[in-house]
Design a protein around this ligand. Sequence first.
Ligand code: UD1
Length: 424
Amino acid sequence: MDKFVIQGPAALEGSIRISGSKNASLPMYAAAILAREQPLVLDNIPRLRDVFTMLEVLGVLGVESNWTDEHTVSLDATGGIAETAPYELVRKMRASVNVLGPLLARLGQARVSLPGGCAIGTRPVDLHLKGLAALGAVIDVEHGYIVARADKLRGARINLLGANGPSRGATANVLMAAVLAEGVTVIEGAAREPETADLCNLLNAMGADIEGIGESTLTIHGVASLNGVEYPVMSDTIEAGTYIAAAGITRSKFVLENCPTAMMEPINSVFTRAGIRLQELDDGRLSVDGTDGLRPVEARTAPWPGFPTDMQAQLMAMCCLAPGISVFTESIYPDRFMHVPELVRLGALITRDTATAIVHGVAGLQGAHVMATDLRASAALVLAGLAAQGETQVLRVYHLDRGYEGMELKLQALGADVRRVSED
Ligand code: UD1
């Protein structure tokens, strides 16, 4: 297990490249199962632990993956495909459940382990199953596995809206089954995030017929088969947002390259209110300037076009140093506050009342040993460590490696003193 050792406070400058989107790409690997005749080639792929886990899942199913350059992977599903995604792999990453829809569409059957619990609360898959059942699948849960069978998938009208809003995972799964179903499927309450739109665009490039991309109602006209194509995955809005928070918390100015600026309005608007100056340059470059100082904000997480839950922890870390009171309300995962006690160990002043956290800005943070048990909480602690006086050790960066490509390398490139060290 590795840890990050950070000497703060850091002053950052220069430029870094934002990687391809983890969350956009994860269902896309599963989409490779739908291309029987040619490989699917995905560009702008981030080299992340979650991506390698997904490729392992696909490998077990019979999809061969080859990296043709550092950020391009070719996925070949032209051979025999197996129906079982085993527990040992699915438990490592919930997004593995994304193979369910494509397996059903290709084989007429699928056996996928239930993903199980996770550190940010209960995350059910009822909407995934409801959607696939509406397309005609018969679904049972047997010995911890979702077992789905369908002689033929048939288009249907499906409302996927859950109690906490739309589900990105369920929308992806149902989409990847519906593209090859007979007839027309209408998904109401679909996720509208740019990552879901990117999946729709990939599927259309492969020959699918999806209308309403980016809207909450998607209409899918089933087609007989899909082709392998070459497709560039969008860049990662959450990684970009995390580095915007880094500029704010260190009062620095630098440039993000390969930045998905067109898809960042919900993130950018909140950071702008918090005092960060953001300026779009040419060619996907974004100038990020936190030198004016921070202002407190109120932020409520919500599905697109709201502020993403995946940015809540990082924004909160930054606001620990904003003079005044910032208020955070989590509407998607009410328990997603594991970073709060650890930020407090670094000197932050935060109180929590169920799904709301109130941050009283402090003048400074002090280095300490901290640890988080999920990806974005870990990122928040690294950000706080950049601003804290003295040495901060963020233990178990295993979680960070799931979702940030070379975070210590990018921070070093900006001038931070961050080292990856083995914990043993
Ligand atoms: C995706 C993101 C994750 C992000 C989350 C919320 C990926 C790989 N992960 O996760 O980073 O934090 O969106 O934006 O893209 N729900 C149900 N029943 C279901 C499915 C979901 O009730 O069958 C609920 C969830 O508990 C949650 C909400 O719906 O409260 C949204 O979840 P969902 O969009 O499905 O999250 P993921 O796709 O798993």
